[in-house]
Design a binder for this molecule. Sequence first.
Ligand code: AMP
Ligand code: MG
Length: 419
Amino acid sequence: MISVEEALEHILRHFKPLEPEEVEILEALDRVLAEDVYSDVDIPPFANSAMDGYAVRAADTAGAGRENPVTLRVVADVAAGHVTEARVEPGTTIRIMTGAPLPEGADAVIRVEDTGDWARSHRERGREPATQVEIYHAAEPGEHVRPAGEDIRQGELVLPKGTLIRAQEIGVLASLGRSTVSVIRRPRVAILATGDELLTIDEPVRPGKIRNSNEYSNAALVQRYGGIPIRLGIARDSVEDLTAKINEGLAQRVDLFLTSAGVSVGDYDVVKDVLNAEGEMHFWQVRMKPGKPLAFGLIRGVPLIGLPGNPVSSMVSFEQFVRPAMLVMEGKTRLAKPTVEAILEEDVTNSGRRHFVRVIVERREGQYYARTTGGQGSGVLTSMVKANGLAIIPEGVELVKAGERVAVQMLDWPENVEI
Ligand code: AMP
Ligand code: MG
């Protein structure tokens, strides 16, 4: 039986980044840029005021202070979005708002708090612009001025190909006037549940039957990791039904095919038979717990991962193998789950395989602690609901004692843990 690393390495050899597509910039969130983005403008495009106050010639304010103010004549008023024809000549000033273009002649801005204007009431200021103003501060040239091109220079490479797009990159694209951008397309992932025991979500429970939850947890994980789930519903454990559903999925130009269940040792061999007949399977098991049954192969050229049927095993295997494969297709390079070192708060015994133990991680006094969610049955999906991490007990280790340190893969980080 191969190790988790061997399985992952083998699987990842069959994936590469997908092609780019042009999308609206808000559709680019959490995706990878597929073009170099240059600026054809300076940003800001003109020198402007960083403060509400007075545009001055710095030289005119030399030596000014609260005790010995300089008085300047106010010749105009300029708000953001407007330009003034007036110039700041020696001995004069222009009242200016944040973001308004710096008038000609001026080389600095005095904050309104550093002028006699500040003492006047808002009502007074609004109604009747002062004709002169006392300056209480000696400005340096350039003070409170945002020069043209301070943020971005015309011709500059602003966002290189390969950048992961976050909110700030979307803001920059908007400021460059880019309404669309080229990003790696999302992977299309087929999801097929298999099993005679499965009911659809809205069927009433019947003897011997359970609801198909894996289709939904898998689809949610596909969405969470940036893919498009193509849900194929349930295939019954029959050659005809399985073959038909597989063909239906392949017809939808999928980049990855996920099946659920039917690949463990004790299973009636129908899923395995059909996968062997329709595709070329490479392995069926991985040395881990939960999640020992895990199939991988190619089905008419499309990579297929056969996830175990047990709901917890399915999710744990998804995190270990499907997530990294999806990230590679999305052009992402950081494939590892965020992992912290935590002190175990109870003894954990192990079977000898790599064991992923569902835990609750908490931070206390600068240190992470992990306790198990209780029952570790691979059918107990609520143990995943309680968990925010998977503690990794290495192969060959039979017992980890309370107080010892373990690596914990964080399931949701940092949303659910105090950093
Ligand atoms: P199998 O891998 O087919 O042996 O299934 C292992 C366990 O997972 C069995 O108890 C199945 O009933 C259960 N199971 C299989 N498919 C699903 C599914 N889609 N949703 C929830 N449980 C499932
Ligand atoms: Mg089964």
